[in-house]
Design a protein around this ligand. Sequence first.
Ligand code: 5GP
Length: 180
Amino acid sequence: MEAPTGRELISREEVAHRVEELGREISAAHAGEELLVVGVLRGGAVFTADLIRQLWVPVHLDFVAVSSYGKGASSSGEVRLVKDVDERVEGRNVLLVEDIVDTGLTLRYLRQEFAARHPKDLRVCALLNKPSRRLATVQVEYVGFDIPDEFVVGYGLDYAGRYRNLPCIFALSPEVYQQK
Ligand code: 5GP
């Protein structure tokens, strides 16, 4: 498999173990209820697919896609919904599933967007969290791993469209993304 220049930050076994724990925690919190899981494309697709198989409450699955203006290794903060859910949100228990919370701007936008549709309950699960990069204060109920300020790829996360299929989380060497 194509491997990037960098180092393994979180192994596939560690990811799998944590996803199982998160599934247990989320299922316990929603015991006896239904959950509308909303994965955030494209980065959150792999995590969402694994997470729902660790949930033992009835699950409905949908996706949103967001785009933030600006390119490269950081987002500019202007977020836009480019694909919306087909499911009704009002009165449902909604779990937004994100790959990573970095500045928090994407998630702040998504939380506001979904809260405005009057769900019964709205929670967020992010596989990765970079607390040191936060620009917006935003609530994240479930976090897989706190990581340092490094650009990561794998397990759904890309760099210029590549590496989403790596089974572990890789920290890319700064010289790779600082060239652009
Ligand atoms: P935020 O709005 O929190 O700054 O950024 C969230 C989005 O930026 C994530 O959903 C992800 O697409 C992208 N992002 C932030 N940090 C990283 C990273 O280290 N690696 C990759 N591949 N994407 C990142």
